[in-house]
Each structure stands twice: as structure tokens, then as C-alpha cells.
Design a protein around this ligand. Structure first.
Ligand code: NAD
Length: 345
């Protein structure tokens, strides 16, 4: 069975090669999957794809015509797939959880760095500049953090924040009534938080959840952390607010136009995305390349679950991690339990 594995990085290959998968011959491709590259999957039965692949209607139709039966996403998010087009043609499976700790702990790392400016201190001391001017932060203890999205990652991040003695308030469209979480309306998150951290999926509803209006409602000097998806934040609005210092700092592991740059070495190129260059150049922005997931445990789990997802499909079993736009729990990202024969179609 041939599998086309798109957007391969050395660490992906390393963890997939460690696993036994005698059924599959994996064709590792460095290029991202999109309408222009879909033909590279010719002769394969399955495709493995990642967060910045563009799996639009044209890509899906081309894959379907080539005989691709399943797209196995090696990530949790699925905003880059045209599910309506895929329905009844190609099954889509994902890795719903590989290590929520990896992302939650990374959000904590970003929160500590952007507040205490360790990224700037590191650069200074490498040049033997031991001055402390402008490196002042604040105690997290007693500060209010607003969490948007209280799923697997949001919940772990909440417990980390409680460990710091922070006052945690949260908003979720589908609050978990069994959890010990202080849920509030979204506007209260904006109005009361010293730090806001995003942990909801990207959807029509959450697209630009941080925009000019919501920033207007926020406290002067608020900090914003995004380890979820770039388009949750309207970048122009954020940039403006950073320039006026309404927003004191932003720690971003994702960016709305990241697919053209992230995961690649662009250090010799002229970056034409002016918002990105301005954000990177700002002293109160810490931007990383969608790496919150990048732990040994997460990479092992991604490889294992992806192979299990493919095994289930080719062994004609119910698809535990299948997702489609008709699923009752599509919005929440939880797996639908009402699939006929354990498959979406
Ligand atoms: P999850 O499905 O467990 O939790 C998402 C939560 O968001 C759920 O509680 C859901 O009810 C809530 N939600 C849905 N719609 C909402 C809305 N309109 N407003 C507010 N809340 C809403 O997902 P998770 O595993 O906790 O992951 C959260 C997000 O983190 C993913 O969607 C993905 O975008 C991102 N992520 C990023 C990385 C990274 O490397 N940076 C890695 C994994 C996941």
C-alpha cells in the first residue's frame, strides 16, 4: 500500500520510521499538499497531511480521481480541509490528542518569556550586555488570565496557571459543567484579563475572535498568547494595538499567513509580508513557528495514531478518529459517536 506523506520534515520521518508498518510503503514528500501538488500522490491509496497543507475542493477532487481513499491528518486541527467536498468521497481521520501537555506547557513558556523578557535577556547576555533596562515584568501571582477554549489543552493550561496563583476566568461555547472552571461571558474575558490565551479551534465563529472591537474592550497593557490558530487574531488590528501599547505584548506560535513561511528557512529571502516583518521586529512580540506540539512524546503519539488510523481503514474497521462536517460534534472537535457502521459514510 503506497502512502503519499506530504510536508515531511526530518523529525516526522524519524518517528514514522521507528514504527513497524509492513503494510505501507511511505513516499515522503517535502512539498506541502495543495491543488498544484496533489498529482504527486498518483499511484498511492492514502495521503498523510499536516496543518499548513491546503486541502481545498480542487485538491480533494484531484485526490479522489486518483483513487485516494483516505486523508490521514497528523494533527488535531482540521480547519484546512474542505470537508463538505470530501464527504462521500474521501474519509478524513486525524490525531485528536497527541500531547495536550506539549501545547499547554509551551503556552506557559511563551507567557513567562513575553512577561519576563527572557528572549531579550538571552540576546543581550550573548553580547555581554548585562544591563537590565526595560526587562521589567510583573508577578503572575494574583493576575487574571482569560482562557478562550477549555478543551484538552485549555484545561491543562488552566491548571498550570492556577499553579502560579493566577485568577483564571474562561469562556467556551460548550462549557464543561463537570470541570472546576470559572466560566464567564466572552466580553468579561476581554474586559477583565491581564493576559488572554487562545485555546479554541478555528471556525467561522472564532475567525478573528481577536479584532479591533474586542481589543478595544481589553485592559490597557493586556498580553495576548496564541498557540491555537493564526486566523483567530486579526493581525492588522493586533499590530496597531501593539504600536499604541494598548496591547503590551503578544506571544504568537501561529500567524494567519503562516503557511507561506512557517517550517521553512526563509533567512536568505526578502519577506514580502509586511505585517509579519513588523511583528517579528517589534520588541514586545515573541513569534515562533508553530512549534508548540514539538515534543518527543507528541511526535511518537502522532506517528502511532496515524498508523493506527490507517490500519483501521485498511482493515475495514470503524474509524475511531474520523471527522466529517455532518458529525454532531464537529464544532467541538470531539469524535462523533453516531457514525453508521463506525464510519462517517
Ligand atoms: P479541544 O477540541 O479539546 O478543545 C477545543 C475547545 O474549544 C472545546 O472545549 C470547544 O468546546 C471549544 N470551542 C469550540 N468552539 C468555540 C467557540 N466558538 N468559542 C470558544 N470555544 C470554543 O482541542 P485542543 O486539543 O484543546 O486544541 C485546541 C486548539 O489548539 C486546536 O483547535 C488547535 O487549533 C490548536 N493546536 C495548536 C498546536 C500547536 O502546535 N500550536 C497543536 C495542537 C493544537
Amino acid at each position: 500500500m503506497k502512502i503519499a506523506f506530504f510536508d515531511t520534515k526530518p523529525y516526522d520521518k524519524q518517528y514514522f520510521d521507528l514504527l513497524e508498518h509492513p503494510l505501507y510503503e511511505i513516499k515522503y514528500l517535502e512539498t506541502k499538499l495543495n491543488a498544484d501538488t496533489a498529482t504527486l500522490a498518483k499511484g498511492c491509496t492514502a495521503v498523510v497531511a499536516f496543518v499548513n497543507d491546503d486541502i481545498d475542493a480542487s485538491t480533494i477532487d484531484q485526490l479522489y480521481d486518483m483513487g485516494i481513499k483516505i486523508i490521514a491528518m497528523r494533527c488535531a486541527g482540521y480547519n484546512n480541509i474542505d470537508f463538505e467536498e470530501a464527504y462521500d468521497k474521501i474519509h478524513v481521520v486525524r490525531v485528536p490528542a497527541y500531547s495536550p501537555y506539549a501545547v499547554a506547557e509551551y503556552a506557559a513558556a511563551l507567557m513567562l518569556s513575553i512577561n519576563r523578557k527572557t528572549h531579550k535577556a538571552y540576546n543581550r547576555t550573548r553580547e555581554f550586555n548585562f544591563a537590565l533596562n526595560n526587562l521589567e515584568g510583573f508577578d503572575l501571582h494574583g493576575k487574571t488570565i482569560g482562557i478562550i477554549g477549555t478543551g484538552q489543552i485549555g484545561k491543562i493550561f488552566i491548571s498550570i496557571c492556577k499553579g502560579f496563583g493566577m485568577n483564571v476566568i474562561a469562556y467556551d461555547k460548550f462549557p464543561d459543567k463537570t470541570a472546576d472552571i470559572n466560566y464567564v461571558e466572552l466580553d468579561r474575558i476581554f474586559e477583565e484579563s491581564d493576559i488572554i490565551s487562545l485555546h479554541c479551534p478555528l471556525s467561522d465563529e472564532t475567525h478573528y475572535i481577536i479584532n479591533e472591537d474586542s481589543i478595544e474592550k481589553m485592559k490597557q497593557g493586556v498580553y495576548i498568547i496564541n498557540t491555537s490558530r493564526g486566523p483567530l487574531i486579526e493581525s492588522h488590528a493586533l499590530l496597531k494595538a501593539l504600536q499604541t501599547r494598548k496591547v503590551a505584548g503578544a506571544a504568537l506560535d501561529v500567524y494567519e499567513e503562516e503557511s507561506a513561511f512557517f517550517y521553512e528557512d526563509c533567512s536568505s529571502e526578502i519577506i514580502t509580508d509586511e505585517v509579519l516583518t513588523l511583528l517579528v521586529a517589534m520588541p514586545n512580540v515573541l513569534l515562533t513557528s508553530h512549534q508548540a506540539f514539538l515534543t518527543k512524546e507528541a511526535l511518537e503519539n502522532i506517528a502511532k495514531t496515524t498508523i493506527l488510523n490507517l490500519n483501521e481503514f485498511f482493515e475495514d474497521k470503524p474509524l475511531t478518529n474520523e471527522i466529517c462536517y455532518k458529525g454532531k460534534t464537529f464544532e467541538t472537535g470531539k469524535n462523533c459517536l453516531e457514525k453508521p457502521k463506525g464510519r462517517c459514510f
